[in-house]
Design a protein around this ligand. Structure first.
Ligand code: F58
Length: 831
């Protein structure tokens, strides 16, 4: 009887949903209008752009969910080895156009909306960016998700659902003001709340030890419990029916906790305490360069790691009765050391909850974990005070001590009694404050640790990771970063994308970027030049309009658009760029009128957020504005030079700027940028690069050719020596002159910028070597000007830039990770 009933229900369900939603224009229109009425609850006859966006997003979401459900079912049936990407940050940006384009239904949506009186591109602007990341690291994670899905890999992302993403940057009188990012205020159609997928996460308390069957058993009695609730974000692949998942955790008060407080009458305080739980997933920490030891950050890290591991172990146990197959079925990747507590948590789960022996558990842990390191600066390695760890995660501290004890024993066999070395290798740092080095913990446990560019790999192997490298050389490798050409070229720059497709005779480059090399054979074709420049011209017009809208400044699209857009940091040397702009201004002012006719007009564009507590960076923001104020209003200068700051740089602003620039600058002091990924986005879009020999600039040069970009400056091997020789170095006259102009108050705010000048010519020494590089930089800038005047040559270089960018697709990067680190294979759902 039961089976008859089951059949009846299945038939009914099958009849009701016998096929996927239809994607013809009429069906799409109907679904949008239905959502206007039933989801947004507006009249189908009257809805504005925002409501139209919401309805369109919900209609797209329906289609994503179909694909998501079936992909997940397919993975479940096939049960392949899966990779889980753990990251504290996912800088996703907007989803509407990306989802529709990946699903291959953008044109139908555009048409459907047009007939309803709406423009899809305009509606897309209504979406608030999902800014759950600071910069390169978070955006890399987002590009990787796109590649996972497109390459059909059985992968999931795991992270935190922050209620406040990265702060919004408002500019008032040229100063940066940070405003909260209320990104969830009007709902988020791109996520699905899974109230039934939730796990308890424990904090504080004590550990009891008892003997059971001759074995000592640890029991963690928590002092606080918080519920982690899953929010799933479907991530569609391009030209595939696979849609993967980004699962983000939100903190909610735990139901079963502290009932006593209610009963003892402390009703109000009990509720207030519960609300505190939600603080865990409330805010993304803005990049403050060095680790700060904030308890809430460690709580965030443990919270998302614990929930994710519980979820993964539960899924594994659905189809396995023991842990023998775990490392053949699961790969866990740590995006930097932020989720490194996962190492101790998985040990704890396997030993205390699954009753494995230490050795068995460690065997599993060391097979499943791998790590990417994204930094060169040792201060960014997180260290947690032992005292904090002992109070928040008492059981984990015990486990970490044991891991360390066993490891140091091993290490002694290799390095003998070189105690200095052992102290550097140790997971525990004995200083005035005893700390746990999360980097060391991760390195000890991971089977693979990778850098993000070749140069980064070489550099850290001989510095930061030297001691580890000497005992475990096989663990270290390099995986050069990449970016998704779908968001950053095909969808973000459709005008140029169409030209590329036409000349290659195929759209296949959207899935296989190496194919763009085929443009090389046409690089000097005048017809291609005309189409190439026409596309780029359109993009420049769009950016010029945006600049006018935000600043009231009209810029000439015939001028060179020169951008430096990225987080603001001393090592990225925005200050060097500003000093050269002052030099240019000074030269123009001192020229005779007929000489000025030979000046190549430039629009210097800056964008980027300064970390809120970083005074130097905040002064840079102000200095850009101060220089702009002076230069942009100088009638003698006119169109020859404009200095523009585009506020609130984020993914969608980047999508507007990158396709429109002629030149982009990546001028960090060699040995300070691990890789950089902005350079790849610009190069792909045919924008020429002015850069130092740092991070992935070097590989870009190798791919697109030295003759197609502009490089300058000191080389990494000389940097340490030059730093020590600072006292004997006399900075060039030109350098001193421009600093003098700032100090003299030519740009106003006299004295306010002294700290910037002191950092490069004061007693402390010019750590980032601006003075050393200044003349070489000016020379490089002069060759940029010369090249720009030769339009044909410039266009050819631009085409060759795109043609040489095949390597910098995140598809290449992810394929390498999958084959060489995770050993996972595609699992493609049939159409
Ligand atoms: C960046 N790191 C590197 N960190 O600086 C950049 O060279 C590289 O291309 C990129 O990673 C991707 O590999 C980075 O963005 C952060 O944002 C940290 C987040 C946590 C707080 C400290 C900064």
């Amino acid at each position: 009887e039961e089976s008859i009933e089951f059949r009846r229900r299945t038939d009914l369900l099958f009849g009701l949903m016998d096929q996927y939603l239809k994607n013809d224009v009429f069906s799409i229109q109907k679904s949008i209008v239905d959502h206007v009425e039933y989801t947004v609850a507006r009249s189908r006859f009257r809805f504005d752009d925002f409501e139209a966006y919401q309805a369109t997003a919900h209609s797209a979401r329906d289609r994503l969910l179909e694909s998501w459900n079936d992909t997940q079912q397919f993975f479940k049936d096939r049960n392949p080895k899966r990779v889980y990407y753990f990251s504290m940050e996912f800088l996703m940006g907007r989803s509407l156009l990306n989802s529709l384009s990946n699903l291959g239904i953008k044109d139908q949506y555009a048409q459907a909306l047009k007939q309803l009186g709406f423009d899809l591109e305009v509606l897309a602007e209504q979406e608030i960016d999902a800014a759950l990341g600071n910069g390169g690291l978070g955006r890399l994670a987002a590009c990787f998700l796109d590649s996972f899905a497109t390459l059909d890999l059985p992968a999931w992302g795991y992270g935190l659902r922050y209620q406040y993403g990265l702060f919004r940057q408002n500019i008032k009188d040229g100063f940066q003001l940070e405003q909260p990012d209320f990104w969830l205020n009007f709902g988020n159609p791109w996520e699905v709340e899974r109230v039934h997928v939730s796990y308890s996460v424990k904090f504080y308390g004590r550990v009891d030890e008892e003997m059971r069957n001759g074995r000592s058993v640890h029991k963690w009695i928590p002092g606080e419990m918080v519920e982690a609730v899953a929010y799933d974000n479907p991530i569609p692949g391009y030209h595939t029916s696979n849609t993967i998942n980004l699962r983000l955790w939100a903190a909610k008060p735990s139901g079963g906790f502290d009932m006593e407080a209610f009963n003892t009458g402390d009703y109000v305080n009990a509720i207030l305490n519960k609300q505190k739980a939600e603080a865990i997933s409330s805010i993304l920490y803005p990049d403050d360069r060095s680790y700060q030891g904030k308890e809430l950050r460690l709580k965030q890290q443990y919270f998302f790691v614990s929930a994710s591991l519980q979820d993964i172990v539960r899924r594994y146990k659905d189809s396995h009765s023991n842990f023998e197959e775990f490392s053949n079925k699961v790969a866990l990747h740590l995006n930097d050391t932020h989720p490194a507590i996962a190492v101790a948590e998985l040990m704890r789960m396997l030993i205390d909850e699954e009753w494995l022996e230490w050795k068995e558990a460690w065997n599993i842990v060391t097979r499943v974990f791998s790590l990417t390191n994204h930094t060169i600066i040792s201060e960014s390695f997180e260290k947690w005070p032992v005292e904090l760890m002992e109070s928040l995660l008492p059981r984990h501290l015990q486990i970490i001590y044991e891991i360390n004890r066993v490891f140091l024993e091993e290490a002694k066999k290799k390095v003998g009694s070189d105690f200095g070395r052992l102290a550097r290798l140790s997971i525990v740092e004995e200083g005035s404050v005893k700390t746990i080095r999360m980097g060391n913990l991760a390195i000890v446990a991971c089977h693979s640790i990778n850098a993000v560019s070749q140069m980064h790999a070489n550099y850290i192997k001989s510095t930061l990771l030297k001691d580890f490298c000497s005992i475990w050389p096989h663990k270290f490798q390099s995986k050069t970063n990449g970016v998704t050409q779908r968001r950053w070229l095909a969808f973000g720059n459709p005008a140029l994308g169409d030209v590329i497709t036409k000349w290659l005779g195929t759209e296949a480059w959207i899935k296989d970027l190496d194919i763009v090399a085929g443009l090389r054979q046409h690089a000097s074709n005048p017809q291609l030049h005309a189409e190439w420049n026409q596309a780029r011209y359109q993009n420049k017009m769009r950016l010029a309009q945006h600049i006018y809208n935000i600043s009231g400044i009209r810029v000439s699209v015939d001028a060179m658009f020169d951008a430096q857009v990225k987080r603001i940091h001393e090592y990225k040397r925005q200050f060097l760029n500003l000093l050269s702009i002052i030099h240019r201004y000074d030269c123009i002012k001192n020229m005779a009128a007929d000489e000025r006719k030979r000046v190549v007009p430039r629009v210097c564009i800056f964008g980027g957020k300064a970390p809120p507590g970083y005074e130097f960076a905040k002064k840079i923001v102000k200095l850009v504005h101060a220089i702009g104020e002076k230069v942009n209003n100088d009638p003698e200068v006119g169109d020859l030079l404009k200095v523009i700051f585009i506020p609130d740089y984020n993914v969608s602003v980047a999508e507007l700027i990158i396709p429109a620039c002629d030149l982009s600058q990546h001028i960090s002091t060699p040995g300070s940028e691990a890789s950089g990924t902005g350079n790849m986005k610009f190069a792909m879009n045919g924008c020429l690069i002015l850069g130092t020999l740092d991070g992935s600039n070097i590989e870009i040069r190798d791919e697109i050719g030295q003759e197609n970009m502009f490089t300058f400056g000191v080389v990494v091997d000389d940097v340490p020596r030059l730093r020590t020789e600072h006292r004997n170095f006399q900075p060039p006259r030109e350098f001193q002159r421009v600093l003098g102009m700032i100090r003299d108050g030519i740009f106003g705010f006299k004295d306010y910028f002294n700290a910037l000048c002191d950092a490069v010519d004061g007693e402390t020494g010019d750590y980032y070597l601006l003075g050393r590089d200044f003349l070489a930089y000016l020379e490089a800038q002069a060759s940029v000007d010369t090249a720009f005047v030769d339009k044909e040559k410039w266009t050819e270089m631009s085409i060759l830039s795109t043609a040489g960018s095949g390597k910098f697709s995140s598809d290449r990067a992810i394929r390498e990770y999958a084959e060489q680190i995770w050993r996972v294979e595609p699992c493609k759902r049939p159409v």
